[in-house]
Structures are given as C-alpha cells and as structure tokens.
Design a protein around this ligand. Structure first.
Ligand SMILES: [Zn+2]
Length: 294
C-alpha cells in the first residue's frame, strides 16, 4: 500500500463564495485574494497503490472545455495530471479505478477526453481518459448530478458525466447508513472505507484509508482547505450548509479522538494536517506532506 499526492494544477475561485458567511476582512488573511476577489486553490488528487489496484481519487478539471469556460477559472501552475503520475512512474493507462468523490467539474473533469485529444471546441467523440479503469460513483449522487437543480447546474457538466455511463465503465458504490449520525460508511477495499456526506452536495464520498498505522481521510469538499476547519467556515457553494455544519462537527470530533490525517484537495499550501482540541475549538496541530508519513 502506497499513497501519492497528484497535483493537477491550481485554479481560482471567488473568495467570498469559498468562505460563505465569513467576512473578507477575516478570510483574506487566510487566503489573500487578487484584485478581482479571486483566491488560488489547488486541484490535488490522491493516487492509492493498493495491491494490484491503482486507484485515482478525483482527477481535476481536465482540458476539454473551451477557452471561455477556463477563462473564468484562471488555471495556473506547471503541474498536470500526466506529469504528476509520471513523477511516480505511472501513466493514465495504469489506473485500474477512478474514484469520484462527486461530479463537480473540478473533481471529475479529467475523467473524459476528446478522442484523439482534439483541441477544445472541436467535436471529437468523448471517451474515457483512463481506458483500463472502472469509474466509481454512487446512485444517489449520480441521479442528483444528471438532473441538477438550477443553483448547482453550472458545476455538473454533462460532457464530464454522461460519457462515463455510455462507455460502460461506470459502477456504483452502495450507500449504507446515510441516516447514521456518525456518517454513513461502507467498504471499498480492505484498506479503504467510504464516508458519505450530504451537505456540500447529495452523497459525496470521502475515502478513508488505513495507511502506515494511520487513518488518512481525503477531505474533498467537506473541508476543502485547512482554513475551513473552524465550524462557521462553510462554502457558499454548499447545497445544505447546516448539514455540512453537523457533518463537520461529528467528523472533527472523531478525527481528533482518533488522530486522523486530513488530506486537502484544494488547499493551496497545506497538503495534510492532524488536529488538536484548543480552547477555540478543534484546530490544525501539525501540517505536513503526504510523503512525510513514515
Ligand atoms: Zn464540489
């Protein structure tokens, strides 16, 4: 079992939208905005080498939308999915499983490419980018994503989603215990269980990995960055913010009790942290890189 951090680049999102009800005078100290109020965020995925499976958790924005679409997101940095996989001696064809926490474009856009890698805007057939992989979602989230509400519609792009099903490579993870106050949990492999959370979007999945005597939790958009650990810091993007609040509370309590390692998908600076109880509430204890876990 080995874990690798796979950075696919950085993008920008409105700081106010990212921090919800927290005023700019406070969040701007955590993640300073540019002149357009945009902050820089990572698109950091996780690669899990587990026996003979090579599981990629999320896959960034991809590159098939047109320049107008990407102009809203100011992609920057030199890292790409291909380069980050190659750094560890892998390529896309080696991936056996693509685990999609949810189907927002910044998490699943790399799933599908235009056949022949035609430039954006040209009508190439949309095919799986990982041609030997099974793609994992769950039925509740899939149904939610293919029939999106108007507020969330801009995040669920049909061209990222429908071709996965058409390729015949889509499988659903069974959702268990979603009413359980301790968060739903189900088994993916012997070393990976899955938590289900419903505040950010319907049935988002967080892989929770047993690794070197620790538990590493891929935070996806429950805690997109370390700056989102204090309880009121909940994204304006969330569909059900009070559900997120309860999910954060119970997760953070469990994480501090069991000394979990949190792995952040969108934190521009911090890759991982553990937690401690302070008089202000639960806060990061130490920040570290995934490869520092021995
Ligand atoms: Zn999201």
């Amino acid at each position: 079992m080995k874990l690798y951090s796979i950075n696919t680049g950085y993008f920008k999102l409105d700081g106010g939208a990212m921090f919800g009800v927290v005023p700019k005078s406070i969040w701007n100290k955590i993640n300073p905005a540019d002149e357009n109020n945009l902050c820089s965020w990572a698109l950091r995925c996780l690669l899990i080498e587990d026996g003979n499976r090579l599981i990629l958790v999320d896959n960034g924005n991809g590159d098939k939308q047109d320049a107008k679409f990407f102009s809203h997101y100011h992609l920057h940095g030199d890292d790409t999915l291909e380069k980050s996989l190659a750094r560890y001696g892998f390529n896309k064809d080696d991936i056996t499983d693509v685990f999609l926490t949810h189907l927002h474009f910044d998490h699943c856009g790399g799933s599908i490419v235009r056949e022949g890698n035609l430039p954006a805007g040209q009508a190439g057939k949309l095919v799986p980018a990982f041609k030997n992989a099974t793609y994992w979602s769950n039925k509740a989230h899939w149904d939610w994503a293919v029939n999106p509400n108007e507020r969330e519609k801009a995040s669920f792009l049909k061209e990222n989603i429908l071709p996965i099903e058409e390729s015949g490579r889509l499988k659903f993870i069974e959702v268990k215990n979603t009413d359980n106050k301790k968060l739903g949990e189900t088994i993916f492999t012997e070393n990976i269980s899955v938590r289900f959370v419903n505040g950010h979007t319907q049935a988002m999945m967080l892989p929770q990995i047993k690794y070197k005597n620790r538990t590493v939790v891929f935070m996806a958009d429950l805690l997109p960055s370390a700056g989102h650990i204090p309880l009121p810091y909940i994204m304006g993007y969330d569909m059900f913010p009070l559900t997120t609040l309860n999910e954060k509370k119970s997760f953070l309590r469990e994480a501090v009790e069991n000394d979990y390692t949190l792995f952040f998908e969108h934190d521009r600076v911090h890759e991982c942290c553990n937690l401690e109880q302070t008089e202000k509430g639960i806060r990061p204890k130490d920040f570290f890189m995934l490869e520092e876990i021995l």
